[in-house]
Structure formats: structure tokens, C-alpha cells
Design a protein around this ligand. Structure first.
Ligand SMILES: Cc1ncc(COP(=O)(O)O)c(C=O)c1O
Length: 446
């Protein structure tokens, strides 16, 4: 492989930036506070830090500008520093952020949220999506008196907590007693779910899944999951962290006509501010409340849980989604990008190796090597070449701020990247990739 010095890329970081990157690794395990942002997830030429963002554009510490995709792990749906949201936060900050009793923003945010996600009767907010999914599991266990959790094993992530991480390729530190309580079924395969119910009669508290990832549910699948949960007495929990404010303002549940018992939202609902939600049926949610005589459930209660400016961000974000064509724009721009990207890959004959996947509002891409298998080295190469063209794109997930011009420039960058990809398929990825391939987050060893 070539070193950066031998083959400088457009965005080669300055010595000062590289020094900061080394300091980050000296002080912070993994060099970042979120694994998905880590150096092992990006090619060597990626900007080590982002200094600021505006709309869908970001600038690194050396002043290089990029069109960004994914945007804060999909938490920024409207765009960076989106004026209405920033203004609402600024107003709120001036009033103080955390008091000894609740702020009226808690009620306002609940009202607007429940008017968007109309299958929900009660909502509780949190700072992280993981807290919401973990709370759903706890509530389901208390409600059913059962311990097991059935999760969709083909979907990548539900929580940073032990009940989920124990089931991944990085289970270190999680006792087997916890790991054994999470069991897996396959997406679009309701027979695999039913066999779990039959194997563990009366023991499964809830079934957790995303309605859709890059793979769409086959007709009837989600209704079958709903029916199996009803038949075997488990709660259906839909994780709408990603689908929530992308598929539809009412979530993928509205698109697919499904009413889960509980669902979880996060990411885009606060446009980058820390806000997540557990929402669901009153009879289940009220177990975390004061109006019942059953055993109490300690449901989502943290010091910073109802920080007022995050709630203000959520309220402003939802108002924008309701009054402007946000979701429509995500679909339209994603579709435009898909079409241009597909044309580029066909032009360079790599369409079987470099492929867009998923809904237009949440577009991702697959990268395969010459053997036709998914390749992390080719993923790194494609990202590297996009970066050379001024595009930082671990996915092609658009925001409301991606304009026609941004999409056109991205298609141009993807076209040049596809040309290099085609050459790499001929003469090997090593002669084109600078630095090591990217790696999956869930792995047992570095
Ligand atoms: C589907 C899904 N559920 C839950 C989570 C956890 O959310 P958070 O990272 O906010 O804790 C994520 C995060 O990536 C996710 O993608």
C-alpha cells in the first residue's frame, strides 16, 4: 500500500491535526466517544476531526470542506446548525436548562411528539436511543413477568446496554447469565420467530425489531410478527430510531400499518440534540407512572433526561417536519442520488460490485470485491475516493439540507470513485487504497 506521503490526497491532514489525533488516542480509548466515528471506520485520508457544519456541509480542522452524508449517525435530519432549531435552543438556554421540578417543555414536547406518532398513548423522553430500547425491554419484562428478549439477528444495533451488546461479536465483560437472555430470529422469516416461541414457551417478554433496514419487509411479515406476539403473549417493540423521522413522521409503523405495543425513537427527533423517546400503549407505559397499584417499574429517570434545550430542539425540529416538506425532500434527493450513482457505476461497469441499497430516504451502499463478497477494503477505497472528491459519505443518507447542487456534485465524485473502483477490481485494491481497510465495529480483537 502507498503511504500518504507518497500519494498525497486532496485532504491530507496537517501535522497539527495528526498530532491532535494522536493525543485523542492517548487520552480516549478508541480516540473518539462513539465507535462508529472512530479511525477504524474510515480510510486514512478521512478528516480526523470535523470543526463545524452548516446545512449538509462540514469543514475539517485544516479548512477542507465536504458534503456530508449520514450526518451525526443520522441524528441530524434537517441539517447542521439548522436556524429554527438553533434559535429555539438559544432562547431556551437563556432561561436555564435544568430545575428541581419539571419544565413545561416536557409536556409540550410530549404533545407534539404524540401528535406525530399517533399510535402512541404515552411517551417518556431520554437522552440516548439505547436508554429507550433498554427501557422497553425492562417494561416488557415487568409487564409479562418473563425474562427472554427476542431480537432480529439480521439487524445491526439496538442498544449499548448488556442485553444487546452481549449478543454481538464484542461481548467481553457481559456475564453469560445476561447473554443467555437474548435470543435471535431472522428478518422476513416469521417461522424462525415462531420456533423461538415454541422452544421457550411462556418465557419471551418481547420481540424487538426495526420495521425495515436496507431490506424491506416482505408483504405480511410485520403483521405475522404482530400476530405471533399476540398469540404467545409477548410485546411487540418496534425500534424506530432510524426509520422514525425518515420513512414518515409517524414512523415506519404508519407506512406499514402496524401498531406495536412499544416503540422507540431517537436520532433525528432532536436534529442532533440529545433526545430519544419510548412511546407506547397506556396500559404498558403507565407501569412506569404513579396511577396504578402494581409493582412499580423504574422507567427512564436520569438527571439530564429532560434538559430543557434538548426538548426545545425536539419541539422546533418536529414543527419544521410538520410545516415543511422534509420527508418528501429526503425521498426526492435520495432518489436523485440513487439514479445518478447507478448510472455512474454502470458507466464504469462496476454495478455488480458497487450498489445502492435501501429506501431513498435512507440510502446506503454495498461494496464487493472481485470475488463478489462484501469487502471492507473496497468500502475504504470507495470512501477514500469520495473524500478526494470532497464528499464524506459512510452512507448516502441525505438530510433536508442536501440541495440539487450537492447531489450533482456527489454524483460527480461517485463517478470518479467508480472509475478508480473499476481499476482496483482489475489490478487489486492494494495498489489504490492508502492505509488499512476499515473494520466492523463488532469484532472480538483489534
Ligand atoms: C436502530 C437503532 N436502535 C438503537 C440505537 C441506539 O441509539 P443511541 O446510539 O442513541 O443510544 C441505534 C444507534 O445507532 C440504532 O441505529
Amino acid at each position: 500500500m502507498t503511504t500518504l506521503e507518497e500519494r498525497p490526497l486532496a485532504t491530507a491532514a496537517s501535522h497539527a491535526t495528526r498530532a491532535l489525533q494522536r493525543r485523542a488516542h492517548d487520552m480516549i480509548p478508541g480516540g473518539a466517544h462513539t465507535y462508529a466515528k472512530g479511525d477504524d471506520q474510515y480510510p486514512q485520508s478521512a478528516p480526523p476531526f470535523i470543526a463545524r457544519g452548516e446545512g449538509c456541509h462540514v469543514w475539517d480542522l485544516d479548512g477542507n470542506e465536504f458534503i456530508e452524508y449520514g450526518m451525526g449517525l443520522r441524528s441530524v435530519g434537517l441539517g447542521h446548525a439548522f436556524p429554527q432549531v438553533i434559535e429555539a435552543v438559544r432562547r431556551e438556554l437563556a432561561n436555564g436548562t435544568n430545575f428541581t421540578r419539571p419544565s413545561p417543555r416536557e409536556v409540550e414536547c410530549a404533545e407534539i411528539f404524540l401528535s406525530c406518532v399517533s399510535t402512541g398513548e404515552m411517551v417518556k423522553f431520554a437522552k440516548n436511543g439505547s436508554d429507550a430500547t433498554t427501557a422497553a425491554v425492562k417494561l416488557a419484562r415487568a409487564h409479562t413477568g418473563r425474562d427472554l428478549v427476542a431480537i432480529c439477528g439480521d439487524q445491526p444495533f439496538f442498544s449499548t446496554d448488556d442485553w444487546f451488546i452481549g449478543s454481538t461479536g464484542t461481548p467481553a465483560g457481559i456475564p453469560s447469565a445476561i447473554r443467555d437472555l437474548t435470543i435471535k430470529f431472522h428478518f422476513n422469516d416469521s417461522a424462525s420467530l415462531e420456533s423461538l416461541f415454541l422452544k421457550h414457551p411462556g418465557q419471551i417478554a418481547c420481540v424487538m425489531l426495526e420495521a425495515e433496514t436496507a431490506t424491506a419487509p416482505r408483504a405480511g411479515f410485520l403483521a405475522e410478527v404482530r400476530a405471533l406476539c399476540d398469540r404467545y403473549g409477548a410485546l411487540m417493540v418496534l425500534d424506530e430510531m432510524i426509520t422514525g423521522f425518515r420513512w414518515d413522521l409517524g414512523g415506519a409503523q404508519r407506512v406499514h400499518g402496524i401498531v406495536p405495543d412499544l416503540s422507540t425513537f431517537g436520532k433525528a427527533i432532536g436534529n442532533g440534540f440529545a433526545l430519544a423517546a419510548l412511546v407506547g400503549k397506556r396500559e404498558v407505559m403507565e407501569r412506569g407512572g404513579l396511577k396504578h397499584s402494581q409493582e412499580r417499574v423504574f422507567l427512564l429517570s436520569t438527571t439530564h433526561g429532560a434538559e430543557t434545550h434538548s426538548l426545545a430542539a425536539g419541539i422546533a425540529t418536529m414543527q419544521v417536519y410538520r410545516s415543511e416538506p422534509v420527508i418528501e425532500t429526503l425521498y426526492r434527493q435520495g432518489e436523485k442520488l440513487r439514479a445518478g450513482f447507478e448510472e455512474a457505476t454502470r458507466r464504469h461497469g462496476v454495478q455488480d460490485y458497487l450498489t445502492p441499497l435501501g429506501r431513498a430516504c435512507n440510502l446506503v451502499y454495498a461494496t464487493k470485491g472481485p470475488d463478489g463478497l462484501p469487502s471492507q477494503a473496497y468500502r475504504a477505497l470507495f470512501m477514500q475516493e469520495l473524500i478526494r472528491g470532497g464528499v464524506l459519505a459512510p452512507s448516502f443518507v441525505v438530510s433536508y439540507s442536501h440541495t440539487d447542487d450537492d447531489i450533482d456534485r456527489t454524483i460527480e465524485a461517485a463517478d470518479s470513485a467508480a472509475e478508480v473502483y473499476a481499476r482496483a477490481l482489475e489490478d487489486g485494491v492494494d495498489s489504490h487504497l492508502v492505509g488499512p481497510p476499515v473494520k466492523p465495529v463488532f469484532r472480538m480483537f483489534n
